[in-house]
Design a protein around this ligand. Structure first.
Ligand code: SF4
Ligand code: SF4
Length: 76
């Protein structure tokens, strides 16, 4: 058994307060694992969020995002 698979999978973190809801990350993600929240952040944008699975760590979302530091790609 290898129960470390989940822990070693790549994932992203989106800072909801830095996101402006432009959806560019959603358009470029080849896995379709980013969506837009129905909630508003402190600047009245609907922030993007990670669906929580299947990220490959390709970083296309990171490079597409116009907001510095809004997306962090984690590759354990
Ligand atoms: S790193 Fe790649 S697969 Fe992961 S959320 Fe961003 S675009 Fe999608
Ligand atoms: S590209 Fe950046 S600012 Fe635009 S929705 Fe995605 S995380 Fe938010």
């Amino acid at each position: 058994m290898n129960d470390s698979v989940q822990a070693t999978a790549p994932f992203i973190e989106i800072d909801a307060e830095l996101c402006k809801g432009c959806k560019l990350c959603i358009g470029v993600c080849p896995k379709g694992v980013i969506d837009i929240s129905e909630k508003l952040n402190g600047s009245s944008y609907h922030p993007a969020y990670y669906l929580g699975r299947d990220c490959t760590g390709c970083a296309l979302c990171f490079y597409a995002c116009p907001e510095p530091a809004a997306i962090k790609v984690v590759k354990p």
